[in-house]
Design a protein around this ligand. Structure first.
Ligand code: 5GP
Length: 207
């Protein structure tokens, strides 16, 4: 079967709990999954580390990376650039490890166009009241930024149909298990196993 890793895009409203889900998933299955660290031009939040949470870059440095084709996708989000560095993703896929990209919808669509076998997951809280509550609880952002992110959520909600699966995150442990099952299943679809199919057909021809 397919020995190459899959790109797994995880999108969802800011405050949907994507970060926590992905962290748990990767901790539980270190041999199968890894998380891509994005480049961004936004400023670090207080607890964030350069090289771990993001590569924090100046606009100039980001633009250079784009020109050199060092990103497999990039997008503007709330006045800043975000993008996925190419080398790490391609190396890990070749090693047979699934690479998780926690990215927004414009980037997700670029990935789907370039890597049709990629799996696109959309994470949402059960209700939008709950989303607002989670954003307020996080309290690392001003009221204005929270409002901006809720407005952005309305935009992103228009693109949910482009994703392969919706994950309703009401219980983190259950959602992590569900996410793992969905990703494992994706490895066995015919369109992600063309080489295998060609091989068994050729073997049948030889019998
Ligand atoms: P935050 O500023 O809250 O860390 O991220 C803002 C948004 O940017 C989130 O929706 C996050 O998923 C998205 N994002 C993070 N890294 C990337 C990336 O490399 N590419 C794209 N397109 N979006 C990203």
């Amino acid at each position: 079967m397919n020995q190459k890793g899959l790109i797994v895009v995880v999108s969802g409203f800011s405050g949907a709990g994507k970060g926590t889900l992905i962290k748990r998933l990767v901790e539980k299955h270190k041999d199968r999954y890894t998380l891509s660290v994005s480049a961004t031009t936004r400023a670090p939040r207080p607890h964030e580390e350069d090289g771990k949470d993001y590569f924090f870059l100046s606009e100039e440095a980001f633009e250079t990376l784009v020109k050199e084709d060092g990103l497999i996708e990039y997008a503007g989000y709330c006045q800043h650039y975000y993008g996925t560095p190419r080398d790490f993703v391609e190396d890990k896929l070749a090693e047979g490890i699934d690479v998780i990209l926690e990215i927004e919808i414009q980037g997700a669509l670029q990935i789907k166009a370039k890597y049709p076998e990629a799996l696109l997951l959309f994470v949402t809280p059960p209700t939008m009241e709950e989303l607002k509550r989670r954003l307020e609880k996080r309290a690392t952002e001003s009221e204005e930024i929270i409002r901006e992110r809720l407005l952005r959520a309305r935009e992103e909600a228009k693109g949910i149909e482009h994703y392969d699966y919706i994950l309703v995150n009401d219980d983190v442990d259950e959602t992590v298990k569900h996410m793992h099952r969905v990703i494992r299943s994706a490895h066995y679809t015919p369109e992600r196993n063309e080489e295998f199919i060609q091989r068994i057909r050729a073997e049948l021809d030889d019998i």
